[in-house]
Design a protein around this ligand. Structure first.
Ligand code: TXA
Ligand code: MG
Length: 321
């Protein structure tokens, strides 16, 4: 659980070990990177990832950047092609995030990637971040450690002001060297596209890779950037919200202790009505019910509060009207 005011501790080997233990136990830890401070959670733990969205107060589930210790660890999660290898050789560790197709057996929670088939991965260069990634020995989902609507923090005191009550530990290693977020390059399509300018310059990338597109130049038919345009997980079969009944050929996405009766198949987001648990289960359960033999998916009402707003936002985006 979060505590009123997280301790802010200097980046010693002991602090890093404590942070790695906390992360593995599903807690949130704020840590320095060379770009900005990150709000980290074990990316393989859906509930820990849900806690990030709750802490940041994000109006919706943007996909998160997954931080790993080295390119080999990244290649275990996503499909590396020649371009990815070339960029990793030139810019990792460093302020470049690559968006690549998820591997079929990728261990990262679907929630961390907002249910998309791609994942953003980065190997941070900051020695404290590197040591933490290596010791935690699990991929770390980490957005910038600020609440939604605030600028990214570049010193530990900013993190403490913004998120001190939501994290278990803040590692202080002075100001971030880069101070702007990483450059995000989408390699999931045939031509590389710049989704966000950042710590590694476009010229540097072009020098290695040749010309790249800008996401803003893309047509509305080919959105690539969640948050910028609305490419989010949508079910293949119709999805209906606020359901009060379910017919025999429909799948039920239930919430709470009293699921509706009937239906061909049922998944309960949280039998106890816990929104963090529901958020952690959302994308996996939507996928489980998205079966061609069903007429559709009906979803019980989910309270429009806290993480429920993010859950409902994603469900609305998945409806077919
Ligand atoms: O420098 C940074 O990148 C910092 C430090 C902590 O590493 N992190 C950071 O994370 O800026 P965040 O969550 O504030 O920004 C992540 C951005 C979002 O705009 C999100 O939409 C995009 O990455 N993103 C993540 N996964 C994506 C994906 N699969 N496809 C396209 N965009 C993605
Ligand atoms: Mg941010």
């Amino acid at each position: 659980m979060a505590q009123p005011n997280a301790p802010v501790k200097p980046a010693t080997p002991d602090t890093i070990s404590e942070a790695a233990r906390l992360l593995r136990a599903g807690r949130l830890v704020a840590f320095p990177t060379e770009t900005v401070y990150g709000l980290g959670a074990d990316a393989t733990n859906g509930e820990a990832v849900a806690a990030i969205f709750a802490a940041k107060n994000r109006p919706d589930f943007n996909p998160l950047i997954i931080h790993v210790a080295d390119a080999e660890a990244a290649a275990a999660l996503v499909e590396f092609d020649d371009r990815a290898h070339l960029l990793a050789d030139n810019f990792w560790p460093g302020a470049l995030t690559l968006v690549l197709p998820r591997k079929a057996d990728c261990s990262v929670s679907l929630l961390a990637g907002a249910g998309l088939d791609t994942l953003a991965v980065r190997v941070p260069a900051h020695p404290t971040a590197s040591a933490l990634m290596a010791e935690a020995n699990t991929p770390i989902a980490a957005p910038s450690a600020n609440r939604s609507g605030e600028v990214s923090p570049t010193i530990a005191a900013h993190v403490a002001q913004s998120l001190g009550d939501a994290v278990s530990l803040i590692i202080d290693d002075g100001p971030c060297a880069i101070g702007v977020e990483s450059t995000i390059l989408d390699l999931s399509g045939p031509s590389p596209a710049l989704l966000r300018p950042g710590g590694v310059t476009e010229d540097d990338i072009v020098a290695v890779l040749g010309p790249i597109e800008h996401a803003s130049a893309k047509t509305i038919d080919a959105p690539r950037a969640p948050g910028m345009l609305s490419q989010h997980y949508a079910t293949h079969i119709p999805l209906r919200m606020m359901a009060t009944k379910v017919s025999k050929n429909e799948g039920l996405l239930a919430f709470g202790p009293a699921p509706l009766e009937g239906g061909a198949m049922m998944k309960n987001l949280s039998p106890t009505g816990d929104l963090a648990e529901a958020a952690a289960n959302l994308f996996a359960m939507m996928r489980a019910l998205d079966r061609p033999e069903l007429d559709g998916i009906v979803v019980m009402a989910i309270p429009e509060i806290g993480l429920g707003m993010a859950i409902n936002d994603r469900l609305r985006r998945a409806t077919h009207d």
